[in-house]
Design a protein around this ligand. Structure first.
Ligand SMILES: Cc1ncc(COP(=O)(O)O)c(C=O)c1O
Length: 418
């Protein structure tokens, strides 16, 4: 996103704010579609960025979507994702979530526990129908990359371990049509070979369970996990390697009778939206304390928790308020800066050691790659500061996606009955 766009957005909508570049989202969809090839289906994981404007834009590319709650289901339907292309996955779906998913007739519900199957069976009996269900599996292998966030071998709250899955597959559920499997084994993987290997392993597992328990394979879902570089020096995912590996798998799939007509689904979130997003804050002031340079800004981890939650600072850019020659060869030397927000906790560090020239009051600091698991993975109620707005930019045109609720409207939603 250009400095000019960010300056324009900050002047028009105020700071702090989230800005998403829709041209980047489009680029990422086209890149990933090309890399996975026509045999694999792309379902957007709504949790990565559920902003209505983002969902609506993505739905226009004909993507499927993966939802984790009835709130995400409502958002996906409103955005225009067809129910026949909605999948549902989530480790603790409430009875109300399951009810809403069945009522909406989503294409498949990935169950993650026996109580979910029992609940779905009850709903199926009540509506006298058969509900399409996949089993989310927790396989005994991981993805051997140390940056993996979810997944890896061992006990987990996600899905069924293989022994539990086999027990379930021996049980009769007259109102469930168990017709697929899902495995989400890792998030933010940058090694394409590991993603290809995982895809083949998941397919082998699905095939062997399908043969052993006569499960029709209408859907095999490989989860998300396509990574983007956050830290300095990290290399982007090699899409050429991904493409070649998945092409080889697609060729093998053609020879497998059981996989004729099977949906082969990836459900990425981060890859499609992370790089589109920037969290923009304004510098309130700087101070030096015991040799450390602090930059205090008008946003913080209440809006952008990810850097402290995962201990991975995002790249940050200084955008001087005025373009008065403070950049270029004669620009001031860089320092190591601690960038912090207004929360009364020392956890509120947006960057522990940013290498930047010391900014001036009024300058902008823009945190990059904030489009996935940014705003909605944060805790905006903490300390009752105002929330950021969400802004989109498409081919140079700026538009608001979500108005920040005012402090007054947040107060108005509360009652004091005692
Ligand atoms: C079930 C499920 N599918 C897909 C995703 C998206 O993963 P990513 O953003 O790494 O592609 C997640 C992320 O947590 C998930 O839990």
């Amino acid at each position: 996103m250009s400095d000019a766009d960010l300056r324009r957005a900050a002047a028009r909508f105020g700071t702090p704010l989230y800005q998403y570049d829709f041209d980047v989202i489009e680029r990422q969809v086209l890149l990933l579609r090309r890399a996975i090839g026509p045999r694999f289906e792309l379902a957007y994981a709504v949790k990565a960025n559920p902003s209505a404007g983002v969902l609506h834009f993505l739905s226009k590319f004909g993507l499927s979507s993966d939802v984790a709650s009835r709130g995400e289901l409502a958002a996906a339907l409103r955005a225009g994702f067809p129910r026949s292309k909605i999948l549902a996955t989530g480790p603790a779906k409430s009875d109300a979530d399951l009810e809403a998913l069945v009522r909406a007739r989503v294409s498949i519900i990935h169950a993650e526990g026996e109580w979910e199957l029992e609940q779905l069976e009850k709903i199926g009996a009540r509506i006298r129908g058969r509900i399409p269900v996949g089993l989310r599996l927790n396989p005994p292998w991981g993805i051997a990359e140390k940056r993996v966030i979810i997944g890896g071998p061992g006990a987990k709250k996600f899905g069924f371990d293989i022994r539990s899955a086999e027990r379930v597959l021996r049980t009769s559920f007259p109102h469930l049509d168990i017709c697929g499997f899902q495995v989400f084994n890792a998030s933010n993987v940058l090694d394409a070979r590991l993603l290809v290997e995982n895809t083949q392993n998941v397919l082998n597992l699905a095939l062997s369970l399908s043969k052993k328990y006569a499960v029709p394979l209408r859907s095999v879902d490989f989860g998300g996990g396509f990574g983007v570089p956050y830290a300095q020096g990290e290399m982007p995912l090699n899409l050429g390697v991904l493409r070649k590996g998945l092409q080889e798998i697609a060729a093998r799939v053609e020879r497998e009778l059981r996989l004729r007509g099977t949906r082969l689904v990836f459900e990425p979130g981060r890859f499609l939206v992370a790089e589109s997003g920037t969290y923009v804050t304004r510098v309130l002031g700087t101070k030096r304390s015991l040799g450390v340079d602090y930059v205090l800004v008008d946003g913080g981890v209440h809006h952008f928790l990810r850097p402290v939650l995962l201990g991975t600072p995002h790249r940050v850019r200084l955008i001087p308020e005025k373009t008065n020659g403070r950049s270029g060869p004669s620009s001031p030397s860089k320092k190591s800066l601690v960038i912090s927000g207004p929360l009364c906790t020392s956890l509120d560090i947006l960057h522990p050691a940013a290498r930047l020239p010391l900014p001036a009051r009024g300058d902008l600091l823009a945190f990059e790659n904030a489009g996935a698991y940014g705003y909605t993975e944060s805790m905006p109620l903490f300390l009752s500061h105002e929330w950021p707005a969400e802004i989109g930019v498409r081919k140079g045109r700026l538009a608001r996606l979500r108005k920040a609720p005012s402090a007054a409207s947040l107060l108005a939603a509360q009652e004091c009955p005692f």
